[in-house]
Ligand binder design. Structure first.
Ligand code: GTP
Length: 288
């Protein structure tokens, strides 16, 4: 008979529901017509029993994390029976199984705590991975627009350079779209390898990038941008023996600590970039 893995996990949920119903029936049956029972104590002792049932039921949702799942589920099952024995002690005369009960409780807690720790660890790793994916451009590996944050006002002046590949459409048209992608990847690598650790490099969209020169004056950043422009101009991107040459244009603007508005500054950089394009490309222009 073909046994589907998924249904095996669902059986555990059904089993939990059945155990829950049996427990409720047991509770009602044994407390019926017994006014001498301490009902409040009995109710309080029910909390751990129900808690472990809920954990057993919820384990289904982490079934893809095998180790956490197995540890948490087995811990919950053992703890459930230990709590049930504890609960029974309220109704019947406490038995000589108190030691077994304690051992079961310890093992159950140990297993579920380990399962939970593994689950938290997995969640932390996943969270940082997701953060990284959300901030990275999948093609070039550069930061993406989502990762961009306005510079902090106490960190001195910042210079932004909007960088655009010249006549990029021609590269796509001449060598194909994959070659265009290759050029973007290589360009991003080249620039990333030649900026300072403090500087930030974003893929702003299409064949446009944003460079953030942190704690830099306009004159100093212009020099560094000009050096990058010359570096790109003199580089050959080698695709299957075919050397592809490109040039870039850039528009720069400075944002001082008491800047009036980042959007305004980026717009100025964009206008400077278009001036660079209009003036023949392969050059940098500073916003006026
Ligand atoms: N291969 C590839 N092409 C892209 C990508 N994103 C945008 N493009 C292309 O980039 C080209 C941009 O063309 P245009 O906006 O005309 O600019 P350009 O040809 O670079 O000309 P100028 O900017 O004026 O120098 C378009 O053909 C887009 O299809 C990408 O991720 N990969």
């Amino acid at each position: 008979m073909h046994f589907h893995k998924q249904s095996g996990h669902l059986y555990i949920q059904y089993l939990t529901l059945i155990l829950g119903l049996l427990y409720a029936a047991l509770y009602l049956k044994w407390t019926e017509h017994q006014p001498q029972l301490k009902h409040l104590e009995l109710l309080l002792e029910s909390v751990p029993v129900l808690f472990w049932l809920v954990i057993m039921f919820s384990c289904h949702y982490i079934r893809h994390l095998t180790y956490s799942y197995v540890l948490l589920l087995s811990g919950a099952i053992i703890s459930f029976f230990a709590s049930l024995m504890d609960w029974l002690d309220e109704i019947t005369v406490p038995t000589e199984f108190a030691f077994v009960e304690d051992v079961l409780q310890s093992i159950g807690l140990l297993l579920s705590a380990t399962g939970l720790l593994l689950l938290f660890h997995h969640q932390l790793v996943q969270q940082s991975l997701l953060k990284k994916i959300a901030a990275t451009d999948p093609l070039t590996g550069a930061l993406n627009r989502r990762a961009f944050k306005a510079p902090k006002t106490h960190s001195g002046s910042t210079v932004f350079a909007l960088v655009d590949v010249d006549h990029f459409k021609r590269i796509n048209d001449t060598y194909g779209h994959d070659a265009g992608d290759f050029v973007l990847v290589e360009l991003a690598k080249l620039i990333s390898n030649h900026i300072r650790e403090d500087d930030q490099f974003f893929r702003w969209g299409g064949e446009e990038f944003l460079l953030e020169f942190r704690q830099a004056e306009l004159a100093q950043a212009s020099k560094r941008m000009e050096a990058l422009r010359q570096l790109v101009e003199s580089s050959h991107f080698n695709l299957n023996g075919q050397a592809i040459n490109i040039t870039i244009s850039a528009g720069l603007t400075c944002v001082s600590p008491n800047h009036g508005g980042l959007e305004k500054a980026l717009k100025a950089a964009d206008e400077a970039l278009y001036r660079a394009k209009d003036s023949g490309r392969n050059r940098i222009e500073v916003a006026v």
